[in-house]
Write a new protein. Sequence first.
Length: 432
Amino acid sequence: MAEYLERILKARVYDVAIETPLDPAPRLSARLGNRILLKREDLQPVFSFKLRGAYNKLAQLTPAERAAGVICSSAGNHGQGVALAGKTMGVRAVVVMPTTTPSIKSEAVRALGGEVVLHGITYDDAYARAQELVAAEGLTFVHPFDDPDVIAGQGTIGMEILRQHHGTIDAIFVPAGGGGLISGIALYVKALYPSIRIIGVEPEESPTLHAALQAGHPVTLDRVGIFVDGVAVRRVGDETFRICRELVDEVILVSNDEVCAAIRDVFEDTRAIMEPAGALAVAGIKRWLAGNGSADRTFIALNSGANVNFDRLRYIAERAGIGEHREALLAIEIPERAGSFRDFCETIGDRYITEFNYRYADTARAHIFVGVGLNGGLAERARIIASLEERGYPVVDLSDDELAKMHVRHMVGGLAPGLRDERLYHFVFPER
């Protein structure tokens, strides 16, 4: 690993990258009882850390390789980094992106002079197409994470963190996917301060590095979720796995709702809106503290990017309350008679109702889907359910049910006459 330290120290990134600030998060720190610092890679010219590794890779190419041009596969941010590096150096840059890539990212690549090729549904589809174009056009492939020069470029973030913070650092939380970012940071930080814990954070629906470390070797996931699109990779890199297995202390998995809550947390301290991957590290700190407990320690969260589509913000806002345990979603059966809703509200008490959907069942009963605001988190949710059940209301807690949150809440309406039963089918379609 020693050769990587020299690579990081010599990495060429500052022709395009800036040294991003390490900002305190006072509101979040007060809530969590620990010092939380945010490494603001969302403030880079392309609103993501990815330009570091991309530029360093292009800087190491031979004149002949630059003349032939470069190509990459990307879910968005790496493509912007390659496009900017190509524009700065006068190198043709082709970026193959999944068709599911947020338009803000593909349009940004075009604005930087990159040639965008949309192909497939996942990153792996885009990767396969990029390899075909490498063979057909003689382009040099710039890997988004499994390349020593890319890893070294990302490692400059670790160098900046240690230069910017002179006190004790207990742990650095880093979003993980393919592993390039966390590998680079771990290589530099562990070489100088082995006691600092490096903790990776991944979505529960895309546990790429977590699955590899559990198995003892890289594994290919059958499917990955795309909400946290910046880390939606089915397989960790071979080189990044080798590094992470030796240097990463732990990998934490978080839900999409926890990510949405973390986006709000960062916004409340910075007034900046992270993309889902950009808030992973904050979500990981909160999950780690909930399970381990700690006080008066210093944790750094890597805010990796802010390239989020505006039309996603409504979904994020809706789910943030659930992720923070500020809202309970309940399915309840109430009598089909006048005054039953009033009786239900009296049972709920002074709490506010955030959502109410009514579904007719028959002349004797009705099904409602209700959101209830919480101030006391999970304990208060349990008290509400117990109170409702004591009053004779059948209750199903849907707060952690993904299908209910995505679909059932919208299925208002009554049963058709003579229909004795219903079936609800769940299909998974490609996001395209």
